[in-house]
Design a protein around this ligand. Sequence first.
Ligand code: NAP
Length: 344
Amino acid sequence: MRKFNVAVVGATGAVGEEIFRVLEEQKFPVGNLVPLASANSVGKEVKLFGKTYKVQELTEEIFDKEEVDIAFFSAGGSISAKFCPIAASSGAVVIDNSSHFRMDNEVPLVVPEVNPKDIEAWRIKGIIANPNCSTIQMVLSLKPLDDLYGIKRVDVSTYQATSGAGKKGMEELVKQMQDFFAFKLDDSKKEAFVHQIALNVIPHIDTPQENGFTREEMKMVNESQKILHKNIEIAATCVRVPVLRSHSESITVTFEDDIDIDLDAVRAVLNNFENVEVMDDLKNNIYPMPIIATDTDTTFVGRIRKDIYRSNVVHFFNVADQLRVGAATNAVRIALKWIELESD
Ligand code: NAP
């Protein structure tokens, strides 16, 4: 089998480190590995398949020099804006975790279980975008439901883990909890989040928009519509919670007017969908939670119930490890799908 030279830009970050784990678990056909980060990280070590690789500085020349075939980017939007086109023009296929290219009409936005064929448009710019983490786990549960009954509207509130803001987000929660137990919480730094996150929830992720929503909330709207190829009405409220890892979402789906939902059919289509698992037994305290989803590649769905007033409305709770399902695993799955499509 052909092997591919793989670059990981953002190799020392929360998503980058997870990409290495997923590459190994998926037995990805890696030829040479090129871990890249800022000048501060040069010389740090990364292990893959028992071999040790040294982190190099991201430069304009590195993709040509190392003959990179596949480049995963997770170092933020401005790095992607500058370096993804450079990597693509050197001949690599780029899989970008930042938000920079997601709404570009010439860049496919892909969740492989949902819209794998869209990958074929990678040739236009050489770039495939990985959606926002909250969007990925939501569309994984919306797609089978839309195929079943036709979705008209989605109302979602998220409970997003601190690692969604990268390593510094996790570190800030841990430090504030330590300071709380040392009676020093008032002096604790608030850098990753605009308010104290320990023992708090913050209904504000990313920048405010003119329409009263935040940028994170509008990503969930616009990206879901692009992935599902359908202008479903979506209203999102994105909330940061003091959890280290795995995002949760409370989702209400309104189907077309004449639908009378059969909950068994809803459970069956969700459970049969690739990488989605129904975990739904309230009487026995069984439902998805972040500690269950963490370190897995599955989107868990539970608390599935029909609306009390309207027969075409269903409510459920959905949890996934956003560093994996929402970033690293989705990116590696895109790459595997790309290899499959290109070798046809
Ligand atoms: P992170 O933990 O803060 O890591 C950032 C990475 O970017 C580090 O490896 C850092 O290297 C590198 N970097 C920063 N400045 C650089 C520069 N000038 N040149 C080269 N590399 C540079 O962040 P993260 O959470 O992994 O997120 C990375 C990207 O993935 C972001 O675009 C984010 O929106 C996206 N994403 C994150 C999640 C999530 O749940 N965290 C989910 C989906 C998508 P140094 O260590 O050398 O500074």
